[in-house]
Design a protein around this ligand. Structure first.
Ligand code: FAD
Length: 495
């Protein structure tokens, strides 16, 4: 059933162990560092009930019940268009970009749903669990996040040759379930309900079975879970000076599993490295769409901040300035084109779902993430040095300093000092602040690191087209395709 914002807030008052800034948090929803994001997540729940927004945020499921559009299994292009529109509506409503709020992570489970044949082959007891969890997400509307990355320790050593907890692993089996130890990095864990937890290991060597090959749904309020958060940005400095950091910080954490019991019904795969390899190779098949959509909105923010600034100061008449704006527009529209084409040329998945065209989606993710630092730099340049030298809000309010700031920050009758100050504060928090740097790192890493993005492109691009063309154009003999063809087939089979 669709939850309300208040029901969500209550659901995370479950006695969970959350630590931040050297304190144990008594009440997550009201803690100043979590409250802004909890409020946004609660608003997203409420948008599903709000008469103004509910039509875009929900659909009627096969039992005639309203459910969240972001959690719907995608079967048609319309499903994708609806998901895209609902996410955009959230950004418009909250006035910024939030990523790890559920719709961007739930798709990881659909990838495993596609892998039921693999799961059945290796161990049939678990394939029913993924179906049940997908149905449960639709029916119970939990806030679902993603757990992949372990602290890992010394990468030159095997896990068993160092502290074995550096990678999450199973330490015991009981009648109730498995007991796991280790730790994972997870954004939003402190205020989410559950996390799809799985390994990032890409190379299992010749091991068919491993205690480290385990994937499960973890209830974040389980006994033995300790959620240790990095410090938050909210409340560090006035909201007038840091409007984004104070409202949109998605707090990341190290989630420690200190002998946590995972009930059997929550175990999605266990011991078989083949199942773990499958989920690694297909993990972002769906969820990359929602992730890349965030880059599009970020691009709009870069363009808006830069364009307002150059219009304010009359610089938009300069051709060189227009060229820089055009580069930002190219970036924005390239992401838009990848997203739109990925749906227009969507592909049927092995589980009969509709997945975005994989090659277009993954190349779009590489484009969006790798060019972001350059685009932020162009926007920074267009905003000029004033974004980092402007005095703070309090100085604008002070009777003596405020007079001078009114004078020097008023540009004309349309752009008075307060609007110029607001724009510069917004641009600083988007491009220059501690929070801005954090968001850039988030876009680079949160959906796996850049080398893994490229590895996914390598696996999804159809290399045969260029090979066929060059083979014919250069008049090469069929023999030249022998090895590479076999290698490509093997790669495809593995993926
Ligand atoms: C803001 C933020 C939020 C995050 N949120 C989440 C989350 O919600 N859930 C989650 O599971 N994870 C999350 N992560 C973790 C993220 O997925 C990892 O940071 C990422 O997988 C890289 O792992 P690492 O940090 O251990 O880097 P390392 O493994 O130490 O790698 C560092 C660098 O070494 C190089 N490198 C390492 N291995 C290879 C290789 N095999 N081939 C080529 N180059 C290599 C690359 O340049 C790589 O970027 C988040 C990270 C950030 C920064």
């Amino acid at each position: 059933m669709l939850r309300t914002g208040e029901e969500y807030r209550e659901s995370i008052r479950d006695g969970r162990a959350v630590y931040i800034n050297g304190e144990q948090v008594k009440d997550v929803p009201s803690h100043p560092m979590f409250k802004p994001l909890v409020d946004i997540r609660a608003r997203i729940y409420d948008m599903a009930h709000d008469p103004e927004t509910r039509e875009s945020m929900t659909y009627t499921d096969e039992d005639g019940e309203a459910s969240a559009i972001g959690l719907k299994l995608p079967y048609t292009r319309q499903d994708w268009d609806d998901k895209r529109a609902a996410t955009d509506l959230v950004f418009e409503d909250v006035g910024g970009v939030v990523t790890r709020v559920g719709d961007e992570t739930v798709g990881e489970m659909w990838s495993l749903y596609d892998g039921q044949d693999v799961l059945n082959e290796v161990d049939p007891q678990f394939s029913a669990n993924i179906r049940n969890h997908i149905a449960r997400v639709i029916k119970q509307d939990p806030f679902h996040v993603s757990a992949n990355t372990d602290p890992k320790g010394d990468r030159s050593k095997a896990p068993q040759d160092q502290d074995p907890d550096m990678l999450l692993h199973v330490v015991k089996e009981t009648d109730e379930g498995i007991v796991v130890r280790g730790a994972k990095y997870e954004t939003a864990a402190a205020y989410a309900n559950q996390a799809f937890t799985k390994p990032t290991i890409a190379n299992w060597g010749n091991d068919a079975l491993s205690d480290y090959a385990v994937g499960f749904i973890c209830d974040l309020g389980s006994p033995g879970i300790k959620i240790i958060c990095r410090t938050g940005f909210a409340g560090r400095a006035p909201i007038e000076d840091y409007p984004l950091a104070n409202r949109f910080d998605e707090v990341d954490s190290l989630v420690v599993f200190d002998n946590v019991l995972i009930p059997w019904e929550n175990v999605l795969f266990y011991r078989h490295t083949r199942a773990a390899t499958f989920i690694r190779a297909t993990l972002h098949r769906y969820s990359a769409f929602a992730f890349v959509q965030r880059n599009l909105k970020l691009a709009d923010m870069l363009i808006g901040a830069a364009l307002f600034n150059v219009r304010q100061t009359g610089l938009d008449k300069q051709q060189a300035v227009q060229e820089k704006l055009a580069r930002l527009a190219c970036y924005r529209e390239s992401i838009n084109a990848h997203l739109s084409a990925a749906i227009a040329m969507a592909e049927k998945s092995p589980g009969e779902l509709l997945m975005p065209n994989q090659s277009l989606l993954y190349t779009g993710r590489v484009l969006a993430c790798t060019q972001l630092p350059d685009m932020m730099h162009i926007a920074r340049e267009l905003c000029g040095g004033q974004i980092c030298v402007t005095p703070d809000y309090a100085s604008f309010q002070h009777p003596e300093s405020g007079k001078w700031l009114q004078k020097f920050y008023s540009i004309n009758e349309d752009w008075v000092a307060e609007d110029r100050r607001k724009l510069l504060a917004f641009a600083r928090d988007l491009l220059n602040s501690d929070y801005a740097g954090h968001r850039l790192t988030f876009q680079l890493f949160a959906q796996s690191p850049p080398f893994a993005h490229l590895a996914t492109v390598y696996r999804s691009f159809d290399w045969d087209g260029p090979l066929d063309f060059v083979q014919k154009a250069a008049g090469l003999s069929p023999r030249v395709r022998g090895n590479s063809g076999a290698q490509a087939q093997a790669e495809k089979k593995r993926a």
